[in-house]
Design a protein around this ligand. Structure first.
Ligand SMILES: *Cc1c(COP(=O)(O)O)cnc(C)c1O
Length: 486
């Protein structure tokens, strides 16, 4: 074995040992979820100055660094991590990251990583199939299939949303790529749509005012019955609808828009229907919860994150289209050294992505599926959704808490109501104190101007005892802080 190979073997052994301990300890709920040190102190603890200037880390000296590094992570495997929508990944996903880091195959051109490219294409077919857009006979059909959907994996849902909206723009205004955007184009979306929708519209040069908010309920769920009047009003103003974007589910609340009714409306009126399923499309795998996505096949484009509910490490997302021909319309530019007519095997996806160099994203999801299986994934989704409902019942029953709505997914908002009911800053102060103490990690959000605490249950080890302990801590902190908020 040469020096490089031996180095890899020894370092990998050390790392895998440290990581196994890390996961085991985290899953037991030992220690803090998060310890936030000041940045400069942390740079010293990690010895950054020495390592960056002098190098020399090796399997003997890496141990100390790894200890410090792992101690100063956000512990997503800890059952008290119920914060942002990033999963405690299935550890198999990390194996894919490791392999990629060594083989480094940016597979958006087939010849730069045939195995990873095939895995991506296969998983795209798998996802299309879950939506009802796969028309081949086996998921290994990679040729052009009449009426088939299409798609690519991207580094995250934000890029996926941008890609989907670019496709919608190409349909509404095919000249826009060369001539710039028709100023009459607008996008219909709930005001609470994920910020990447508004950001995409601005990136595309349409200006954020091109977003027309659609009517929603008090829980911010789209009201399909109000769409015809809004549509007529927009047309009367001489504007053109480029796309309508629905959320499945909404980031803040975890509530699903009624996809089927909205889809009917879009199809009747020839409107590009985009479903942002970054968080909640994974419920398609569940017999119990797939009804939440009823009508998703009416969409023209769907995005779906694997790093939220498919137990995959970040980043791994898909942008999917009902019609595979859409892919050719999105980016109309050619880079001749890459996009020449091919005479060799395989397929290149580079023409369809914002990214030029792209990692073998699909391998991460592949490893999770290969170990857990589709059934295992469905069981996982069922359990985090079911657990969240159970947590809702516990929180709602507690005299000092209230929830603004019944959850549909694994996202839940609630509020400590014993003191200062109307004071958003008080609610936020409780959250900040809680995460500073580090035993729990939760987020917060505003709904109708009211600040709520928010949890996202992505770890199936998070149980009712964790939630009861959380409520106790909030009550204690609430008592401690209430006097300073008179
Ligand atoms: C998380 C999220 C996104 C953004 O996805 P990233 O992968 O974080 O870029 C988009 N839309 C919704 C509804 C989301 O929940």
């Amino acid at each position: 074995m040469n020096n490089n190979a031996l180095f890899l073997k020894e370092l990998a052994l050390l790392v895998s040992e440290k990581l196994s301990d890390y996961v085991a300890e985290s899953q037991k709920g030992a220690g803090k979820v998060l310890v936030q040190r000041p940045a400069s102190e942390l740079a010293e603890i990690l010895n950054l100055d020495k390592w960056v200037k002098n190098g020399g880390m090796n399997p003997e000296t890496a141990s100390e660094f790894l200890n410090a590094y792992l101690k100063n992570t956000q512990h997503l495997h800890h059952p008290n991590y119920i914060g942002h929508q990033v999963c405690a990944p299935h550890v198999a996903s990390g194996i894919a990251d490791f392999i990629h880091g060594i083989v480094n195959n940016p597979m958006a051109i087939y010849e730069m990583g045939p195995a990873a490219a095939v895995i991506e294409k296969f998983l795209i077919n798998w996802m299309l199939d879950k939506i009802g857009w796969f028309k081949g006979t086996s998921l290994g059909d990679f040729g052009i299939i009449q009426g088939n959907g299409g798609g690519v994996l991207t580094h995250g849902g934000s890029l996926a949303n941008l890609t989907a909206l670019l496709a919608a723009r190409a349909k509404a205004d095919p000249e826009s790529w060369d001539n710039g955007v028709d100023p009459r184009l607008v996008v219909l979306a709930p005001e609470e749509a994920h910020y990447s929708i508004a950001r995409s519209v601005s990136i595309m040069g349409m200006g954020s005012k091109a977003i027309v908010p659609v009517p929603v309920t008090k829980n911010k769920v789209m009201i399909p019955d109000e769409l015809p009047a809004l549509y007529k009003q927009i047309q009367d103003q001489g504007k053109k609808v480029m796309a309508l974007s629905a959320s499945a589910c909404a980031t803040a609340t975890g509530l699903y828009d009624p996809l089927d009714e909205i889809g009917h409306f879009c199809q009747e009126n020839g409107i590009w229907y985009h479903v942002d399923g970054a968080h909640g499309a994974s419920a398609l795998l569940s017999d119990k919860y797939s009804h939440l996505l009823k009508g998703i096949q009416r969409a023209d484009s769907v995005i779906w994150d694997a790093h939220k509910l498919l137990r995959t490490s970040a980043l791994a997302a898909a942008v999917l289209f009902k019609d595979h021909k859409t892919l050719d319309s999105i980016f109309q530019q050619k880079g001749s050294y890459l996009f020449y007519e091919k005479e060799v095997a395989g397929f290149d996806t580079m023409a369809y992505t914002v990214e030029c160099t792209k990692t073998g994203i699909g391998t991460k999801l592949f490893w999770v599926l290969a170990v857990a299986g589709e059934k295992g994934m469905a069981t996982y989704i069922d359990s985090v959704y079911e657990n969240t409902m159970q947590f809702y019942e516990t929180i709602q029953k507690h005299p000092d808490f209230e929830c603004p709505y019944i959850p549909e997914s694994n996202i839940l908002c609630f509020k400590y109501t014993k003191y200062h009911q109307e004071n958003n800053a008080y609610q936020l102060a409780i959250r900040n104190r809680l995460i500073l103490e580090g035993n729990f990690y939760i987020t917060s959000t505003e709904l109708n101007g009211v600040r709520y605490l928010r949890i996202v249950v992505l770890n199936d080890l998070t149980g009712i005892s964790n939630i009861e302990a959380l409520l106790n801590e909030i009550c204690r902190i609430g008592e401690e802080l209430q006097l300073t908020f008179q």
